[in-house]
Design a protein around this ligand. Sequence first.
Ligand code: A2P
Length: 332
Amino acid sequence: MSKKLHVAIVGATGAVGVEMIKTLEKRDFPVGQLTLLASARSAGKTLPFRGQEIIIKELRDDSFAGVDVALFSAGGDISRKYAALAVQAGAVVVDNSSAFRMEADVPLVVPEINGADVKKHKGIIANPNCTTAITLMALHPLHQEFRVKRIFAASYQAVSGTGAQAIAELRAQVHAIAAGQPVEKHVYPHQIAFNVLPHVDSFLETGYTKEEMKMQNEGRRIMHHPTFKASVTCVRVPVYRAHSVAVHAEFERPVSLTAAREVLAKAPGLDVVDNPSKCEYPLPLYAAERDNCQVGRLRLDCALDNGLAFWVAGDQLLKGAALNAVQIAELL
Ligand code: A2P
């Protein structure tokens, strides 16, 4: 019988944290004890797990005594401050923030792609950026067959990626507009309802955003492909949940649609939804709350050599965050 583990979730009340709790339950993860941690604002409130209400505690330096696995999703600053304390206390940390993703001794893992990297951990394992993880679920199987050189991509990212406050902001703006009332904005620099913002994360000197460069930087580590190039425009769209990405990929080897479909049909964690004549293609509305990502709109790219264009969608709270983190914990 497998050992029951003491699991802690840091940021348990957040958009991802709540999904982590549900994912542990759904996948029957061997939880012996569950500790839910958040800010002082949430201390004393409860969240359900396996039919019980678990009391949320305030995150403190000594929160990790006896914890085996700590799942962090409370932002980079909290991870930088508390992950080391969790490791010192004997826990293995799976971190959903970007704090450690590029550190050489921290494996950056999508279990379907580089699950074996988990073994190299020294206490912390990083969960990739959501848009990167969802894109690689389709790109990596194609890379194994055709060797990807570079991609051009544009993302259509749901507000859930920004967190619970952003979901509430979109909802409030939609209600205000429908009622003819003035729109308030707190989370994004512009109104997100009935708008699209070509701005995710902060801008770099090159003009790209940090989010846009994660595809190349994290993609190289996850695929073990140091020369992979990605030019991406990341766009926030008024969708509650699930990201979509339009990808144009150039490969070293000749690509055929038949071979690409075969490879994608066999890929773990991915469903091919590609029947344009019946208006069937991946949609964020239907990819939401599903574990598997979806790929479709497959076509030979008319502007690239050995190129394939496709559209991939996935629940950013699940494969892009909570599910991937729990899958990593399962590998441990
Ligand atoms: P809280 O709900 O108590 O503010 P999201 O990404 O959806 O915005 O969620 C962020 C998560 O990080 C929430 O669970 C939030 O808890 C938690 N969090 C934010 N600041 C802190 C903090 N200073 N200490 C502990 N948890 C925090």
